[in-house]
Design a protein around this ligand. Structure first.
Ligand code: DAH
Length: 351
């Protein structure tokens, strides 16, 4: 390594720097020559092999090379918009905004969409909307709905207990706290409030200790309905449900009531709507039956009215409860209930 060689090298490096026109090229130059393992540092390492007599001159020339190259590099960096790490702190007000596809507006969740539409239909028919707590006590979730402490129907709904534990026995006398297994306890809260007549729907989330699969979740949505007044009959229930079914599922929809059992209603019914996919002819969705089971309903049991402080000799009422998730699945042709809670943007943006 001689002084002349270093001067030639310097000229080459400066020329190459001069030719860079982009921040990316400049970064490559830096990585090749300026960093600690770059070509200039290598020349410094080489200094130890230079004969003692010429070492001072060579050393000086090398220093000059480094200084000139670094200086030119700095100038170039400024000319090309400044060092990349400093750029992050700079706000470039002239920069165009991101295209709209990136900052796309939010989408309504398919469950909310379904629920809002259902609630809207009932509101238009004169119903109020009421809400209750998701953490409930045994009294509201079971007892006042006519589930006796040892009533086998408690097993119909696998409960998540918060207190005392899942091994709770009615004999213990302790009143459990739990995640509500249905929206029916909101009915109890409304009746207890003492304001009559009642005409309300109650949407909300409910919880059951169930194995999670494509078709069932441990947390899902229900819409509850309750009407209490003088002279309310089963015919009123049927009329309201038929009107709802026509508005929600389509004008040609028919309904069918089958006898069923719920502790809090007597008589109790299971309500089917004619399959809106095949129009009742029979298809894969309705399992060739032509009917879809959509809700449970009935006349409020006199025990329930009495326990909630309502005179069952004067007032009667009907109630109904339907699941939202399965309805939304069928409506939008979704094949796995878990999509609802996975928060996958690719799924959500379709609605
Ligand atoms: N609570 C019931 C369930 O979760 C559904 C239900 C049935 C609600 C009949 C009602 C009713 O209000 O009258 O399975």
């Amino acid at each position: 390594m001689t002084v002349t060689e270093l001067q030639t090298r310097k000229a080459e490096l400066l020329k190459s720097l001069e030719a860079t026109t982009s921040a990316a090229d400049l970064e490559s130059f830096k990585l090749a020559h300026i960093v600690r393992k770059g070509s200039i540092a290598a020349l410094f390492d080489d200094l130890k092999n230079v004969p003692k007599e010429i070492k001072p001159e060579v050393g000086k020339a090398l220093n000059e090379l480094r200084i000139s190259v670094e200086e030119k590099f700095k100038n170039k960096e400024t000319a090309l918009g400044g060092p990349i790490h400093e750029k992050a702190d700079t706000l470039d007000l002239t920069m165009p905004s991101r295209p709209l596809t990136v900052s796309e507006p939010g989408h309504e969740h398919p469950l909310n969409k379904t629920l809002d539409e259902m609630v809207g239909i009932f509101v238009n028919m004169g119903f109020d909307v009421a809400y209750g707590p998701e953490i409930e006590d045994d009294e509201h979730n079971f007892e006042k709905l006519n589930f006796a402490p040892d009533h086998p129907a408690r097993d119909m709904q696998d409960t998540f207990f918060i207190k005392p534990s899942k091994d709770w026995k009615p004999e213990s006398g302790e009143k459990p706290v739990l995640l509500r297994t249905h929206t029916s306890p909101v009915q109890v809260r409304l009746m207890e409030s003492g304001k009559l007549p009642i005409r309300a729907v109650m949407p909300g989330r409910v919880y059951r200790n169930e194995a999670i699969s494509a078709r069932s979740a441990a947390c899902f949505y229900q819409l509850e309905g309750l009407v209490i007044d003088k002279g309310v009959s089963m015919a009123d229930l049927k009329g309201i449900l038929l009107s709802f079914a026509k508005q929600f599922y389509g004008d040609d929809t028919k309904i069918r009531l089958r006898p069923s059992y719920f502790p809090f209603t007597e008589p109790s019914v299971e309500v089917d709507v004619s399959c809106y996919i095949c129009g009742g002819k029979g298809c894969r969705i309705c399992k060739s039956s032509g009917w879809l089971e959509v809700l449970g309903a009935g006349m409020v049991h006199p025990n329930v009215l009495r326990d909630c402080g309502i005179d069952a000799e004067i007032y009667t009422g009907y109630a109904f409860g339907m699941g939202i998730d399965r309805t939304a699945l069928m409506r939008y042709g979704i094949n796995d209930i878990r999509f609802f809670t996975e928060n996958d943007y690719r799924f959500l943006r379709q609605f």
